[in-house]
Design a protein around this ligand. Structure first.
Ligand code: NAD
Ligand code: ZN
Length: 353
């Protein structure tokens, strides 16, 4: 679990106070990985405390994090600084949060990040790392994984060393998120709840967080009685609770299939989950009905026919990626999932998307 967290509008102002005691020495910098959407945004960047050899690196979130990108960042940090950093601070959405986690792990673990994709492969504790979300929904701020696309697969580095040492939850930072993106990333949280609550791995720990996150999602996306600030505050906590819920269970069909879309077509996680979830009535009848009501209420359009022109070989690639995520299928369907989820079944579903 994340060991320290602050929540509240304006809590981002505490960054300097939080980081100062963690500085190892003047040559061991803090490295800030910041979504480049904030480039030129003085409201945010003027509050990033840079001293000594600290570095601010703007990074685009146009593509999801790759293992090669993590390895290149780590190399750059090692080559430009005499000492190991005092800390890595990720400021942005799931993309930047995952990059910060992965970089902090790879600064203390040998080899390439692709070698650590999987469960509990990380040997050494990561560098001190801090997560500051600027969009809510993924739960990346709280999870024990950092999801990377590698040469062979899209898979997380899941380990006890992955979670942030410190998280700052300041809902004010989410104020500029475009509406479509707000919905897509918010639906990631909603889908986490549905997949966790309807999974065979469910337990009292996951259920208690999942139910709370789901109730918050209903308030935010369906009931419409909240003002803008309340809604942003609650979505930030929904994301947290949704992430906690899957930390002790698993996601399910939507995630297993959207990883395939994202691996082959580069479809981003939030919108990818929406594209898949449109067609999952068979697995989550009530969840899909409520999702559609939310989508209609907010008048959001979801990309259609993205698989229309794919070859059989390309379908096979997506199916391979999807089927390799065994824990997700086992959670969704049960131990005998291999008898139910056939390649043909997945192909038919992908063909509808
Ligand atoms: P994102 O980080 O890719 O950001 C989406 C878009 O919103 C980007 O264009 C970004 O620049 C923009 N944005 C972010 N904050 C903004 C702000 N305040 N104002 C204006 N624009 C802003 O999107 P995401 O949905 O948060 O994250 C998706 C990533 O998270 C994927 O790579 C996915 O694999 C990962 N993920 C990780 C976990 C985990 O547990 N580690 C869980 C779910 C998803
Ligand atoms: Zn997700």
């Amino acid at each position: 679990m994340v060991s320290r967290v602050v929540f509240g509008r304006g809590s981002f102002n505490q960054l300097n106070e939080i980081l100062s005691p963690k500085r190892l020495n003047t040559k061991a910098p803090f490295i800030f990985l910041v979504d480049d959407v904030f480039k030129g945004n003085a409201w945010l960047t003027s509050r990033i405390p840079l001293s000594y050899e600290d570095k601010l690196l703007y990074i685009s979130a146009a593509e999801e994090p790759k293992t090669s990108q993590v390895d290149a960042l780590v190399e750059e940090i090692i080559l430009t600084h005499k000492e190991r950093p005092s800390g890595i601070i990720g400021i942005g959405g799931g993309t930047l949060l995952d990059l910060a986690k992965a970089v902090s792990i790879m600064l203390t673990n040998k080899g390439e990040s692709k070698d650590y994709q999987g469960w509990d492969l990380v040997k050494n504790p990561a560098i001190y790392h801090v997560g500051i979300p600027t969009i809510s929904g993924t739960g990346a701020e709280v999870s024990r994984t950092t999801i990377l696309t590698g040469p062979q697969r899209k898979l997380g580095i899941n380990s006890d060393h992955t979670p942030f040492d410190q998280v700052i939850l300041d809902p004010e930072l989410t104020q500029g998120v475009p509406k479509d993106q707000w919905f897509y990333t918010g639906m990631d949280c909603y889908v986490h709840c549905i997949e966790s609550l309807n999974g065979t791995y469910l337990n009292a720990f996951s259920q208690s967080y999942g139910e709370k996150a789901l109730a918050l999602c209903k308030e935010i996306f369906l009931e419409g009685s909240l003002d803008v600030q309340e809604s942003a505050d609650k979505l930030m906590m929904a994301s947290w609770h949704g992430g906690m819920s899957i930390a002790y269970s698993q996601v399910g069909v939507a995630h297993a299939m959207s990883y395939g879309l994202s691996y082959l077509l580069g479809v981003k996680h939030g919108v990818g989950n929406c594209i898949v979830f449109e067609h999952l009535e068979e697995y989550y009848p009530e969840g899909v009905a409520m999702y559609k009501a939310m989508r209609e209420k907010h008048n959001i359009s979801i990309p259609q026919n993205i698989c229309a022109n794919l070859t059989d070989k390309e379908f096979d690639i997506m199916i391979d990626v999807s089927l390799s995520l065994e824990p997700l299928w086992e959670n969704a369907i049960g131990k005998n999932w291999k008898n139910i989820i056939t390649r043909q079944k997945l192909k038919e579903l992908y063909q509808k998307m």
